[in-house]
Structures are given as C-alpha cells and as structure tokens.
Ligand binder design. Structure first.
Ligand code: F6R
Length: 353
C-alpha cells in the first residue's frame, strides 16, 4: 500500500533511512558486535582467493561499490560481473573462487544461469537477496537477507542502498573497516533522512536541468563513477531521457564531443583524492555550454554547487550520493507526465534470459 504517496518509488526512496536502521539492527547486537552471518559463510569466504560478484542492472551497480569494501577492508581481490555476460563467456577464474550473487528479486534468469553453471563446476556461492526463499537464495550454498522490504516500483531504489549496506557489513565481518561501522551506519541513516527531507530542491533541479532535454550525463571518479552508472540508469529507465553515466576521466577520450549548449551534466563529487580533477572536468564541460549540476559532499563543496551532501565516511558516500539522483529521476519523470512506477517495456523481475 502506498499510503499517502502518489507513487511507490517515492515511498521507497523515503524508506531508505528506516531500511538502513533495520539492517544495522539485524546485523549488529547492542554491544556493536556483528551477528547474523553464519561462521560457515565467513570461513568459506576466507578460504577463497578471489570473490566474483555476479548480478544484473542496479544490483550489478551495487556490486561495483561492494568490491571496494571486500578489497579494502577484507583484503580479498574481487571482480564484479554482469550476469548475462558471465553466463556465456565465463572469464578465467582463480584457483579458489567464491561467488556472491546480488539480487533484489532472487529470480533474475541471467543470474540463475550463472549460479547453475558455477554449481556444476563445484564452486561455493552466497546469495544476497531482498526476496528470501527465492530461487537464487534456495539454490546457493548460503543466503543472507538484504532487508529492504517489498520493493514495488520497477526502478530499484532502496534495494540498491540495502545491497550496498549489507556488502559493507559482510566485508566488515571478513576484515576490518578501520572505523566503527555501526556508529557510522547510524549516521548514514540520519543523513539519508536529511537528504530525502529536501525534496523541493531536487524537484527544482529536475525542472530546471532536464526540462525539454533529451539527453543527459552523470560523471564521477572512483566510487562516484560507479554511482554515476546507477544514477544514469535510474534517470533513463523511467524518464526516457537518454542518459550516460561514466568515469569523468573518459570525457576527453570521446564523450565530450556530445556536449552542447544546455546539455545537462550531473557531477557526483564525494571522493577527496580526485575532487580536483573532477572540478577540472566540470569546468571543461561548462566551458562548452553544459548546464552543470554538482552534488558534492560538504568538505568538497563550492559556491554554485546544486546540492551539498552531508558527510559520512568517504567509502559510505555512495549510499548518500545516489539519493539525489533517485529524486531527480523521480521528478523528471513526474514532469513528463509518465507513470513513475511502471516504465514502458520493463518488468520488475526479469525471469527470461
Ligand atoms: C533497475 C532495476 C533492474 C534490476 C535488475 C536485476 O532499476 O531494477 O536493473 O536491478 O533487473 O534485478 P534483481 O536485482 O532482482 O536481480
């Protein structure tokens, strides 16, 4: 039931703060110790020499963020793969691979095909799914809940942030983030709420930047490049504005030729190491007439930025950085008079290959 909300998507965007708290409550006890991840899972992963995250669409984008946690905190080399590609062109695997399937529905046929294949080869697999007791959770050796609650809108929002959060927790169980993850997640929940409270800002941004536009770009570097992919998917799939998300450093290798007077270029700027370079790229597209819209974290923000993101640990910033993009996609779609929850040609659960 969407209650007072006009669309499920907006309700689900708003639920993200509650979901973050629910996940923290499930996976941490009162003393701040991790719970809810069986030793069999962590022991089996510790025996592996490489993780292979396999997923589709938005879940694949969540995997790109998770890779950072598994590599940086758990020190396990991690590859992220698109399920439909992996299924028919399996890359060369390490000696002791461990597979992680990420899925909201747990029914995605492309991911199921890969799980079938890797099981036949005898490799262990864990599914992180929002729908438990789904095919992917039943058929993997292990399953952990993503706990986003029912997601009805075709465009995935809270399942993405929940998948990122649960991967962070799993990586913390395998290694050491070097900070108090539980405390930081409490902060993340507060700041998600602070952003979703600013809906009017994103409504205005969507109106001014995207009105009458047929194409748009999202750029970022590092983790922000991964969020840019998800941000672009969100905008294009419901508003039908053709949107490309990519690593900002690639602009000069081709895409910058597409920039015209008024082209909307959204920049996600939350990673300190590359903030200067990204500012340069924003200036370059602005000089060619782009309408630049910068979402920057507090310590990196400058005058003229469209929205200042509250600051949490830099590796957790993707959870906050995606929310303006979700809201911009929502309002741009609303402006066009389209059905936000049910974009054309798409199904919530893709059970065919
Ligand atoms: C986009 C979206 C899709 C799904 C993809 C995988 O908003 O929802 O890209 O993420 O079809 O679905 P799951 O996560 O159910 O395996």
């Amino acid at each position: 039931d969407k209650g007072a909300y006009p669309y499920y998507m907006l309700k689900e965007i708003d639920e993200q703060a509650v979901v973050a708290r629910k996940i923290a409550g499930h996976y941490f006890d009162e003393d701040g110790n991790l719970q809810g991840i069986p030793c069999a899972v962590t022991d089996t992963i510790q025996e592996a020499d490489r993780l292979y995250i396999v997923a589709a669409g938005t879940s694949y984008h969540a995997g790109l963020i998770g890779k950072r946690y598994f590599e940086q905190w758990a020190k396990i080399p991690t590859e992220v793969h698109i399920a439909s590609e992996f299924a028919y062109d399996q890359p060369m695997l390490s000696e002791k691979p461990f597979f992680i399937f990420l899925s909201q529905s747990g029914e995605t046929a492309d991911s199921r095909e890969v799980l079938d294949n890797v099981k036949k080869q005898g490799y262990p697999a864990l599914t992180l799914a929002n729908v438990m007791n789904s095919t992917l959770t039943r058929e993997a050796d292990f399953a952990l809940p993503v706990l986003a609650g029912p997601e009805i809108a075709v465009a995935s929002t809270k399942a993405y942030t929940a998948q990122v959060l649960v991967q962070a927790i799993l990586a913390a169980a395998l290694g050491n983030p070097g900070f108090d993850l539980k405390a930081e997640l409490a902060k993340v929940a507060v700041e998600i709420q602070a952003i979703t409270d600013e809906k009017e800002s994103f409504k205005k941004i969507a109106e001014s930047a995207l009105k009458d536009q047929q194409s748009a770009f999202y750029i970022g570097r590092g983790l922000d490049a991964a969020v840019a992919l998800e941000a672009a998917l969100k905008l294009k799939e419901i508003s039908y504005v053709q949107t490309e998300g990519f690593a900002a450093g690639e602009l000069k290798h081709g895409t910058i030729s597409l920039i015209e007077e008024g082209t909307p270029v959204f920049a996600l700027l939350t990673q300190k190491k590359t903030a200067g370079l990204l500012r340069g790229e924003v200036a370059q597209v602005a000089a060619r007439g782009a309408n630049t819209v910068v979402f920057a974290s507090e310590s990196l923000a400058q005058d003229g930025d469209a929205f200042v993101l509250p600051e949490v640990n830099e590796l957790l910033m993707p959870i906050l950085a995606v929310i303006p993009a979700q809201l911009v996609a929502y309002y741009a779609t609303l402006d066009r008079g389209l059905d936000v929850d049910r974009p054309r040609n798409l199904a919530k659960s893709v059970t065919v290959q």
